[in-house]
Design a protein around this ligand. Structure first.
Ligand SMILES: *Cc1c(COP(=O)(O)O)cnc(C)c1O
Length: 430
């Protein structure tokens, strides 16, 4: 399929990047379950290894099934290229790796997925990198936190689990003025509801584990590049602008232009860090993406109804769903993603920690799991699970205090879901 951008989202989610298999005519994208690819001759092999020709060498770097997924992700997000990798957390490291070196920092939102908070506050410090956490509603504070060593600003479209909607256009103005990239984790919105690149983001990262695959079957991550950032405008990004010794002094930005970040991700990131997606997982994810818009529409409808019902329930103190009029982020959400605000929100129970534990244990249809974005409805108590590594202060800042339950609304019959919530709330507070 050439000239893909002329098609609508519902078409692209099925066709982008894919074509009938040239060898067999197979209509569905085959799972290329192979480690290596035969070189035509020694010259061909040398050209591939020198990055003078694009092709397949070894599946740690490239694989035809994964290539289809990469092109589909880039197309759906409106980027120029994508690198898929083994998980969402791998994608975050793959996004930061070309930008960072010891002593450099990122400015990150205080409201992020719990695992990301841990990755940024603890693990990356072993590489000599650091993160400064700032309230992203305070744009002046974001500006003030950026210093000469800052190499990126990082936020989530809809922050999981607090129902917080990031003002991407306002942040994009700040990062543009500072000459650094804006990285947006678009996992909870998906490109169907929000396309951060159109709002000014430089890079988009995904946990494809969630809504994109959609069935809770496989792990995966992706980094999509807008292709719009000038990596050579300053001396801040030498990995992309300066000669690369491992490729005979090749300069990625000069050689590959807007595809520099993507090529670096494959030729250096996947080659040396090895956080490679496997073709089987790419296949499941491609299957999931074919129905993304249909599922997201139902997730949004069901979440809106469930959130409205919960808001009127006497045992519930607050519901943080940006689709509700009562949310401080309602207007921003409507402006940034008019098709809906996703399937994820939190509730605070009047009964506190104890009631939360009982509520979670008494649900029948909702499963108590550390996952979200599945076709089935899921629930978790962050303070005792995903956010337990954080201090209580950090938990509250992340919207995951002790009385908070995170709900990922699935695509089941909404009446059944509300019935289950109703009986479990009654038991939790009896
Ligand atoms: C799950 C998730 C991640 C981490 O992704 P994995 O695939 O579990 O590694 C990162 N960000 C958000 C918003 C997530 O929901």
């Amino acid at each position: 399929m050439t000239d893909a951008p002329q098609y609508g989202f519902d078409t692209l989610q099925i066709h982008a990047g894919a074509r009938p298999d040239p060898a067999t005519g197979a209509r569905q994208t085959p799972i290329y379950q192979t480690t290596a690819y035969v070189f035509r001759d020694a010259e061909h092999a040398a050209a591939l290894f020198n990055l003078q020709e694009v092709g397949y060498i070894y599946s740690r770097l490239t694989n035809p099934t994964i290539a289809v997924l990469q092109e589909r992700m880039a197309t759906l997000e409106g980027g120029v290229g994508a690198v898929c990798c083994s998980s969402g957390h791998a994608a975050q490291l793959m996004a930061l790796f070309p930008l960072m070196s010891p002593g450099k920092n990122i400015v990150a939102s205080t409201r992020l997925y719990g695992g990301t908070m841990t990755q940024f506050s603890q693990t990356i410090t072993r590489f000599g990198w650091s993160a400064k956490f700032v309230d992203f509603d305070d744009i002046e504070a974001v500006k003030a936190a950026i210093d000469d060593d800052t190499r990126a600003v990082f936020g989530e479209t809809i922050a999981n689990p607090g129902g917080y909607v990031t003002d991407i256009p306002a942040l994009a103005k700040v990062t543009e003025a500072a000459g650094i990239p804006l990285i947006i984790d678009n996992t909870s919105a998906t490109p169907y509801l929000c396309r951060p690149i159109e709002l000014g983001a430089t890079l988009v990262v995904h946990s494809m584990t969630k809504y994109l695959t959609g069935n809770g079957t496989v792990m995966g991550g992706a980094v999509v590049d807008s292709g719009k950032f000038d990596w050579s405008a300053s001396d801040k990004f030498p990995s992309l602008s300066q000669p690369e010794p491992a490729y005979h002094g090749l300069k990625f930005h000069e050689t590959f232009g807007p595809l520099a970040f993507t090529f670096h991700g494959i030729a250096i990131g996947l080659r040396d860090l090895g956080m490679t997606l496997n073709p089987q997982a790419a296949h499941y994810t491609l299957m999931g993406i074919e129905t993304l818009s249909l599922r997201m529409e139902r997730h949004c409808l069901n979440a809106q109804k469930a959130a409205e019902w919960l808001e009127t329930n006497p045992h519930v103190e607050t519901v943080t769903y940006a689709g509700l009029q009562s949310s401080p982020y309602h207007a921003r959400a409507k402006a940034l993603f008019p098709k809906g605000t996703g399937g994820l929100f939190t509730i605070a129970l009047k009964g506190g920690y104890e009631a939360c534990v009982k509520f979670v244990e008494n649900l029948d249809l909702f499963s108590h799991v550390a996952n979200l974005g599945d076709t089935r409805s899921l629930v978790i108590h962050p303070a005792s699970t995903t956010h337990r590594q954080l201090t209580e202060e950090q938990q509250i800042a992340a919207g995951a205090g002790p009385n908070v339950v995170r709900i990922s609304i699935g695509i089941e019959d909404i009446n059944d879901l509300i019935g289950d919530l109703d009986q479990a709330l009654a038991k939790a507070t009896a």
